[in-house]
Design a protein around this ligand. Structure first.
Ligand SMILES: [Zn+2]
Length: 342
C-alpha cells in the first residue's frame, strides 16, 4: 500500500490553542506525523511517496471560492492590520445576525471560522494545500487501479465545511477525494468516518446528495465537539434523504458498543454498493486520547481495519485526528495492518 505524505505539513504549527480558557500548545501538532511515520517504517509499511503539486480544481469542487481566497490571504491581511498574534477571531455571525462577509480581517475570520481552537499562522495555507495534495495523489492511485492507498494528511479535513474552517481542519480532504471519484465517473461513493468526532464538514458538503453516502461513528453531540451537528436524526435532505447516517455514542463507549455500530455501518455501505470507499481515519477513539471519550484498545484498530477490508472496495484511507501522540503511530498502523490482512 502506497502512503502519500508531504513534509510541508510542518509549515502549519500554531503556538496556541484556546482550550479550557487557556492558550495551550495545540493538540493537533506536527509530531503526530513523526510517530506515524516511525511506526510505518518499523513495520515495513514504508512505501512512502510525496504528492504531486496540488490541483486547485478538486478543492474548488467542494469549497466556496471566497473561502479559498480568505485562507490564501488571511495571514497577510492579518499582519497588515497590525495584529501580532495568530489568527483567532473574536466575533461570529450567531443567531439573528447577518451572514455578510465583513471587510475587517478579524470579522472575516469570524465569518469563516466555526470555532476558536484552530489558529491560522504564516504557513497554514501551504500546509493545507500540501495536505490536500496528498489526498489528491492517493485518490488518483486508487482511481488508477490500486486496491487501496493511504493519504497521510496533516492538517486533517473532516470538520472543514464548504466555507468554514475549524476543528484543526481547512480543506476537507475526504470530501474532495470522494468528489474526485464522482467527477472521474463513479456513480456512488461512500465515506466511512471513524474519527472520534463527527465530520460536520463532510455531512454539510454532501447533505443533499444521493451519490455520496456519509456514515459517521462519533461521540454524541450533547457531550462532544463539534456539539452542533451529528445527531442520529440528521439523515440528509431532498435527494440526499437517507444518505447521511450518524452513529452518536455516549461517553465511555468501549469496542463492543463501537464495533456494533461499525458492523451496522458496514452493512449499510455494502447495501449502497459504492464504486469506491473513502475512510476518514481518526484514531482519537483510543482510550487514552486527551480530548475524546471512547475506550478503544490498540488491538481494536486492527480488528476494525480487517472488518472494513471485508467490504472489498477500492479504498482510500485519509488521515484525520488522533491526539494521544505516543500511541497514534501504533493505532494508525494497527488499523492499516488489519485492513491489509497482516
Ligand atoms: Zn477527531
Amino acid at each position: 500500500m502506497k502512503v502519500v505524505f508531504s513534509e510541508d505539513h510542518r509549515k502549519h504549527f500554531p503556538q496556541g490553542e484556546l482550550s479550557g480558557g487557556e492558550l495551550v500548545t495545540p493538540f493537533e501538532r506536527p509530531s503526530r506525523m513523526e510517530y506515524i511515520l516511525r511506526e510505518l517504517k518499523a513495520r515495513k509499511l514504508d512505501d512512502i511517496m510525496p504528492p504531486a503539486k496540488v490541483a486547485m480544481k478538486p478543492i474548488e469542487r467542494v469549497h466556496d471560492k471566497g473561502y479559498i481566497r480568505f485562507l490564501k490571504t488571511a495571514w497577510s491581511e492579518w499582519t497588515a492590520a497590525g495584529f501580532r498574534g495568530e489568527i483567532i477571531p473574536t466575533g461570529f455571525p450567531m443567531r439573528r445576525m447577518q451572514l455578510r462577509v465583513p471587510r475587517n480581517i478579524d470579522g472575516k475570520a469570524g465569518y469563516y471560522a466555526l470555532a476558536t481552537e484552530t489558529a491560522i499562522t504564516a504557513g497554514t495555507w501551504e500546509a493545507a494545500c500540501a495536505s490536500a495534495a496528498a489526498a489528491q495523489t492517493a485518490q488518483r492511485l486508487v482511481a488508477n487501479g490500486a486496491p487501496s492507498a493511504f493519504a497521510l494528511c496533516r492538517p486533517p479535513g473532516h470538520h472543514a465545511a464548504s466555507d468554514m474552517y475549524g476543528g484543526y481542519c481547512f480543506f476537507n480532504n475526504a470530501a474532495m477525494a470522494a468528489q474526485m471519484f464522482i467527477d472521474q465517473g463513479a456513480s456512488r461513493v461512500a465515506i466511512l468516518d471513524v474519527d472520534f468526532h463527527h465530520g460536520n464538514g463532510i455531512q454539510d458538503i454532501f447533505y443533499d446528495r444521493e451519490d455520496v453516502l456519509y456514515v459517521s461513528l462519533h461521540g454524541r453531540p450533547e457531550d462532544a465537539y463539534p456539539y452542533f451537528l451529528g445527531y442520529a436524526d440528521e439523515t440528509g435532505k431532498g435527494k440526499g434523504k437517507g444518505f447521511n447516517i450518524n452513529y452518536p455514542m455516549p461517553p465511555g463507549s468501549p469496542y463492543d458498543v463501537w464495533g456494533k455500530a461499525l458492523e451496522s455501518a458496514c452493512r449499510k455501505i455494502k447495501r449502497y454498493g459504492p464504486d469506491a470507499l473513502v475512510v476518514s481515519l481518526g484514531v482519537d477513539t483510543f482510550k487514552e486520547d486527551p480530548i475524546s471519550f471512547f475506550k478503544l484498545e490498540s488491538e481494536d484498530f486492527r480488528t476494525y481495519g480487517a472488518r472494513i477490508a471485508r467490504l472489498k472496495l477500492p479504498t482510500l484511507i485519509v488521515m484525520e485526528g488522533g491526539y494521544a501522540v505516543e500511541a497514534i503511530g501504533v493505532n494508525t498502523v494497527n488499523m492499516l495492518e488489519g485492513f491489509l490482512g497482516g
